[in-house]
Design a protein around this ligand. Structure first.
Ligand SMILES: [Fe+2]
Length: 289
C-alpha cells in the first residue's frame, strides 16, 4: 500500500507483525528524498538475538526507488520494540531525530536501570522542539509535542499528514497507555484534543495497530478519531478521560520488550558496550515480593 498526498508526498507503511508497529517511508517525489519513521529492529526475547529482516525491507525500498534518506524520525523512545535507527543510519546515512524530551526519558531510565550513559540526548543527531521544521524536498515536517504516553512524544506533520506516535490508536481500540515514567493521562487528553483540532480530512498515521478480526490499519483521519472509542466513553471530558485511562492502565501488563527496548532506544539504537568476554548484555531489574 502506498498513499500519495499533496501531489508530491508519497507515504509507504510497513507493518511489523511481532510488535504491531507501523513504520513509514515518506518520500518527496519531486526530489526523491525520503524520511523513515519509527523503524523496527527484530528481536527474539528468549535468545536475546536481534536481526535486521524488517530494517532490510525499508532499506530495500529506499534502494529500489533510488531515494536519498535524509531523516530517521522517532516519535518517542518506544517501550514495546527496539529501534533499527542506528543500523539504517549506518547503511543509508541520514540523521536520527527525536523530541527533546528524550533527555528526561534517558535520565529516568539511566537512574532506574543504573546505566552509564550521557543523558543529554547527544546519541541523537537532532532534538526537536515545538514548531521545529525539517525540510523534505519541497515540503517539510513540523514538530508538534504530543506528550502523555511519554514525555518525549513528538508528532510530525507534513502536507496534510501527521505521524502521531502513541496517542490515538485505531478508533475502535482507543488510545495509548500513560503509566510509564513521565506519562500522564491529563497530558495525553490535551494531545488528543490538539490532534483533533486539525482539519477533518488530515491523515493521522498510527504507530501501532493490534487488529483481532480485521486487517491492520495505518491511516486514520481527524474525522475518524473524533469518534475514537476512548473519546466517546469519556464524553470529551478531561477528568472522565483521565479516570478511564488510569483505570485501564492499572490492568495492563508490563510490555514484553520494555527493558531491552529502552536500553537500546535511549541510546538511539546503539547497543550496550561489550563486557570483558566480548559479549553484550541487556539488563533486567530483579525484585522479589
Ligand atoms: Fe510507545
Amino acid at each position: 500500500m502506498s498513499v500519495k498526498n499533496a501531489d508530491t508526498i508519497n507515504i509507504t507503511p510497513f507493518y511489523h507483525q511481532d510488535t504491531g508497529t507501523w513504520s513509514y517511508i515518506v518520500t518527496d517525489t519531486v526530489t526523491q528524498v525520503c524520511a523513515i519513521i519509527d523503524p523496527v529492529l527484530d528481536f527474539d526475547l528468549p535468545s536475546g538475538q536481534a536481526h535486521y529482516e524488517s530494517a532490510k525491507a525499508l532499506i530495500e525500498h529506499v534502494k529500489q526507488h533510488q531515494l536519498k534518506l535524509e531523516w530517521i524520525l522517532e516519535t518517542h523512545a518506544h517501550a514495546d520494540h527496539l529501534t533499527a535507527a542506528q543500523y539504517i543510519k549506518q547503511t543509508l546515512g541520514g540523521k536520527i531525530v527525536i523530541g527533546a524530551g528524550i533527555k528526561d526519558v534517558q535520565q529516568h531510565f539511566a537512574t532506574s536501570l543504573n546505566l552509564d550513559l550521557p543523558v543529554d540526548g547527544s546519541q541523537f543527531d537532532i532534538l526537536m522542539h515545538q514548531g521545529d521544521t525539517l525540510a523534505l524536498g519541497e515540503s517539510h515536517f513540523v514538530a508538534h509535542p504530543t506528550p502523555g504516553h511519554t514525555d518525549d512524544s513528538m508528532s510530525y506533520e507534513i502536507a496534510g499528514n501527521i505521524f502521531i506516535g502513541d496517542t490515538f490508536f485505531h478508533p475502535d481500540l482507543g488510545t495509548a497507555r500513560c503509566d510509564f515514567p513521565g506519562g500522564s493521562a491529563e497530558k495525553l487528553f490535551d494531545s488528543l484534543t490538539f490532534l483533533t483540532s486539525f482539519p477533518e480530512n488530515y491523515n493521522l498515521w498510527l504507530c501501532h495497530d493490534y487488529p483481532k478480526d480485521r486487517e491492520a490499519v495505518a491511516r486514520t483521519t481527524v474525522a475518524e478519531q473524533k469518534n475514537n472509542v476512548h473519546f466517546k466513553q469519556s464524553g470529551g471530558n478531561p477528568i472522565a478521560y483521565a479516570e478511564l485511562r488510569n483505570k485501564r492502565d492499572s490492568t495492563l501488563n508490563v510490555p514484553r520488550l520494555i527493558y531491552p527496548s529502552l536500553q537500546v532506544n535511549i541510546r538511539a539504537g546503539n547497543f550496550p558496550e561489550s563486557e570483558s568476554n566480548g559479549r553484550k548484555y541487556l539488563k533486567l531489574p530483579f525484585s522479589v515480593e
